[in-house]
Design a binder for this molecule. Structure first.
Ligand SMILES: Nc1ncnc2c1ncn2[C@@H]1O[C@H](COP(=O)(O)OP(=O)(O)O)[C@@H](O)[C@H]1O
Ligand SMILES: [Mg+2]
Length: 265
């Protein structure tokens, strides 16, 4: 069953002194409940726009978005959105614990003390026990991104919408976050939509990969990875199927952006 559906979604942005700029062109996509789906595409193709529309943070110019069958007109309660810039999404004047507690402390019937307890549970889930009293800026980038994940999890979402959450950290930390993300996804039965420009990341983590064309984006390919579950985000990279998919998707991305393909314009 589809938990998140985009139907002929279009987005154009007003352009100064000219016709509107079409960023997304009639994208239809049905995200299955419990799947891990990546949206892969070159920078500037419209990935963040698509995700923000799916999250109810931005209205589409045409088309419909549905979550659990209901049309989306604002952020749906089932979904959380994690921004790429963890540095900008965490509140610097709040401790790590209070950053996570922020997700639940405004709920009716939840005391500040209870919110902090719930925050500690989520911090444990992302292996940050003992860091609750630190401030975000005292932690490494990878740890800050784990705080952002803990805060998203505290809202007990069914759907996590992740906008390039692992792209601002070093390669080793990224692999560590990949493993953590798969573990969280498995344990909590989440539906994840991950936006990325990294082919290996998309293939290693996903059940399906939607490859976008350059702007205005459409879905060029929707590939079922068929890689095993449960899966180790590092070991899977040595399997023939992983290598085959990596080759196929890299090739598609590079061909689409070869000189003369209009990409340089
Ligand atoms: N709020 C906006 N106003 C005008 N243009 C925008 C806005 N947001 C995005 N765009 C444009 O839409 C295109 C797609 O942007 P974006 O979705 O951020 O791409 P990606 O996330 O794939 O890098 C880009 O050309 C970008 O400049
Ligand atoms: Mg983006």
């Amino acid at each position: 069953m589809a938990i998140l559906e985009l139907e002929a979604v279009e987005k154009s942005f007003p352009a100064r002194g000219g016709p509107a700029m079409l960023a997304m062109d009639r994208i239809s996509l049905a995200v299955r409940e419990g799947e891990f789906l990546s949206i892969l595409g070159p920078s500037g193709c419209g990935k963040s726009t698509l995700l923000q529309i799916a999250a109810g943070l931005m209205p589409p110019s045409a088309g419909t978005v549905r979550v659990a069958g209901r049309p989306v007109t604002g952020p749906p309660p089932e979904a959380v959105y994690v921004f790429q810039q963890y540095g900008r999404s965490l509140l610097p004047w709040r401790t790590v614990r209070d950053n996570v507690a922020f997700a639940v402390e405004h709920r009716p019937g939840i005391s500040k003390a209870r919110a902090r307890e719930l925050a500690d549970v989520q911090l444990a889930a992302v292996a940050l026990t003992g860091f609750g009293d630190h401030f975000p800026w005292q932690l490494s980038g990878g740890m800050q991104q784990r705080v952002a994940l803990a805060r998203a999890l505290a809202a007990e979402p069914k759907i996590m919408l992740l906008d390039e959450p692992f792209s601002a950290v070093d390669a080793l930390t990224r692999l560590d976050l990949h493993r953590l993300m798969l573990e969280l996804w498995e344990k909590r039965g989440l539906t994840v939509v991950l936006v990325t420009h990294d082919v290996e990341e998309a293939v290693a983590l996903s059940d399906r990969v939607a490859l976008l064309t350059k702007r205005p984006s459409t879905i060029a390919r929707l590939v079922e990875t068929g890689l095993p579950r449960p899966r180790d985000a590092v070991e899977v990279r040595e399997t023939p199927r992983f290598l085959e998919l990596r080759h196929e998707l890299l090739d598609a991305l590079l061909t689409r952006h070869a000189p003369g393909d209009g990409h340089a314009a």
